[in-house]
Design a protein around this ligand. Structure first.
Ligand code: ZN
Length: 97
């Protein structure tokens, strides 16, 4: 379940470098800023909110965020180890809870 809005989002099955992590996060931030993606607050509430707004906020050691497309409802999952920046993924979630 994808639509014209969320299909272009860059899926990263495996994040292997800090550069790739920051690129992935930038893409997600842009998608949120443009209104395509939104954070699923219910699913994500147990974790520290992601510092979407920039470098000034210290990043939590790991990210575990559920997001969804505001147009078609496609769900996405972001998980990343921010301390090393060498582990993580950003994928579509095909299984609805
Ligand atoms: Zn969509």
């Amino acid at each position: 379940m994808t639509c014209e809005h969320c299909r272009p989002l860059k899926i990263v099955p495996e994040i292997t470098s800090p550069e790739q992590l920051s690129q992935t996060l930038r893409g997600i931030r842009e998608a949120i800023a443009s209104g395509v993606l939104a954070i699923d607050q219910d699913a994500s509430r147990q974790k520290t909110p992601f510092p979407w707004t920039g470098q000034a906020t210290p990043q939590p050691p790991s990210l575990n965020q559920h997001l969804y497309c505001t147009f078609c409802g496609q769900r996405f999952r972001l998980w990343a180890e921010t301390s090393s920046g060498t582990q993580g993924y950003f994928t579509r979630e095909d299984d609805s809870p």
